[in-house]
Design a protein around this ligand. Structure first.
Ligand code: GDG
Length: 457
């Protein structure tokens, strides 16, 4: 088939599934590229004193990894600025945290133009280009301006916000217009695809046709939902490896007869960590018998530490977890084990398996792969229970989890308590259905569906 060129902000050479990198996108792309001899293009993560446009090429198996360095102003305006201080909060419904500055959108346009300038000469006839995520929305426009006529698809890993929120962005129309230079625009969920269609028909007088194509600005793009899945083979291999097993045994030994509830997230305000701690506190308040019988292990890996909102969040979480621990701890029991470091992927698999409850309660999330990993790591004969936010994209597919509204503290607390006392037969029945779903829509199915739709668009 045609050569695949994947473009994302950061590039992570396809790993072995062991240590890997933190973040759902990197895991999924590494898996997608293993199946194609293609090119993965993006930012190296390095900063040079001045932008040179020089491309560094590296082979990793069948994949060519091509990266450019950026300069400090790019990192501040494009990455920390427009991507992570403007779009990320807005698309996660945090208009209060979304900052808009002209310099941010200028930096965003500049880096997208630089990426296109560097990438265009690498594109051959017949190549199919797949662009990922909110950092790179204008990339197709910039490539088209440089004569690239290939098929180009875009996939958004985070939610698409409702029209009423999107219009608070001063340049919302320019952003949406840029999407119409793609042949295919893919979202995680029907909810997001619906919000996009709503914007097209309601805000800019575009049209949707019967085949799912959007028409506006004199152009047409196919629109659809392509829920991302787990690299299940790779994850299961990691989960059955020595490291995972050793970690599982270490966790079980440290349980001391208690039940573990686990949360694993990048330290991000979209993940609902403070609300989660408070819901867990509610469990301890409401169920005296559970005190000293359970604990919450929250792994929250620091991310985007240069952005103020992330520093504020970290301070708040330190304070809330400290307060709860101070109020409830006994000499040999700490209610919350709160850990701020990154774990290996296979270690995480062992941790998930030892937990009776997987607590995945984001306030907004494109998909949430942790929910899927928790299920995939369980013991089929004695699986744990997933408590899942209705605002994670994963909830569209994972109806057999205990679905909760993360803003409703009492409801989350009740779901945790219900999960802890759920009979084994019910746990097994729910888990089986969830696991069948994961297998049927894994990362390969996602990649195949997207690439097929792109070829047909
Ligand atoms: C974005 C969207 C969407 C976490 N801590 C460690 C670690 N992780 C891994 C998890 C999981 C991944 O990072 C997180 O993926 P999520 O999907 O939960 O969330 P985001 O990073 O926000 O990803 C999201 C995703 O893109 C894919 O489209 O699902 O909605 O926001 O795989 O296991 N991995 C390692 N050490 C850690 O400490 N190795």
């Amino acid at each position: 088939m045609a050569r695949l060129i994947v473009v994302s902000n950061r590039v992570q050479p396809p790993g072995d599934g062991g240590e890997g990198s933190v973040g759902g996108l990197a895991m999924a792309l590494a898996a997608a590229l293993r199946e194609h001899s293609g090119v993965w293009f993006g930012w190296s993560g390095q900063i040079t004193p001045e932008y040179t446009g020089q491309i560094s090429m590296q082979r990793s198996g069948d994949v060519t990894v091509a990266t450019v360095d950026l300069e400090e102003q790019d990192r501040q305006e494009y990455y920390n600025g427009y991507a992570n201080r403007t779009l990320w909060p807005l698309f996660h419904y945090r208009v209060d945290l979304s900052a808009y500055e002209r310099s941010f959108s200028e930096g965003y346009g500049r880096v997208n133009a630089r990426f296109a300038e560097a990438l265009a000469p690498l594109v051959a006839e017949g190549d199919v280009i797949w662009v990922h995520d909110y950092h790179l929305i204008p990339l197709a426009r910039e490539l088209r301006a440089r004569g690239v006529n290939n098929r180009i698809g875009f996939f958004l890993h985070i939610p698409w916000p409702s029209r009423r929120l999107l219009v608070t962005l001063p340049d919302h129309q320019e952003l949406v217009e840029a999407l119409f230079d793609y042949d295919l625009i893919g979202f995680q969920t029907e909810d997001s695809a619906g919000a996009f269609r709503d914007y097209v028909t309601g805000e800019i007088e575009g049209e949707m046709d019967d085949e799912g194509r959007a028409r506006a600005f004199g152009r047409t793009a196919q629109v659809g939902a392509f829920p991302i899945g787990l690299d299940i083979e790779n994850f299961e291999a990691a989960a059955h490896g020595e490291v995972a097993l050793a970690e599982y045994e270490r966790m079980v030994a440290s349980l001391n007869g208690r039940e573990m509830i686990v949360g694993v997230d990048r330290l991000d305000y979209s993940k609902g960590l403070e609300e989660r701690f408070l819901a867990y506190e509610q469990v301890l308040e409401d169920h005296e018998a559970l005190r000293e019988q359970v604990f919450l292990l929250q792994i929250a890996t620091p991310s985007r530490e240069e952005v103020d909102a992330y520093q504020d969040l970290r301070a708040r979480l330190d304070a809330v977890s400290g307060r709860i621990n101070g109020a409830f701890a006994t000499v040999d029991w700490v209610p919350i084990r709160y850990v701020n470091r990154a774990y290996r992927r296979d270690e995480l698999a062992g941790v998930y398996r030892a937990a009776k409850i997987g607590l995945v309660t984001p306030l907004r999330d494109g998909m949430n792969l942790v929910a899927k990993e928790y299920i995939a790591a369980q013991d089929p004969d004695d699986p744990g229970v997933l408590v899942l936010s209705q605002f994670a994209g994963a909830s569209e597919q994972m109806g057999q989890a205990l679905i909760v509204n993360p803003f409703d503290r009492a409801q989350v607390a009740e779901a945790i308590a219900a999960g802890l006392s759920m009979p084994k037969a019910e746990r097994v029945a729910r888990w089986r259905e969830l696991m069948d779903g994961l297998r049927a829509s894994d990362v390969n199915a996602w990649r195949e569906a997207f690439v097929r739709a792109l070829m047909q668009s």
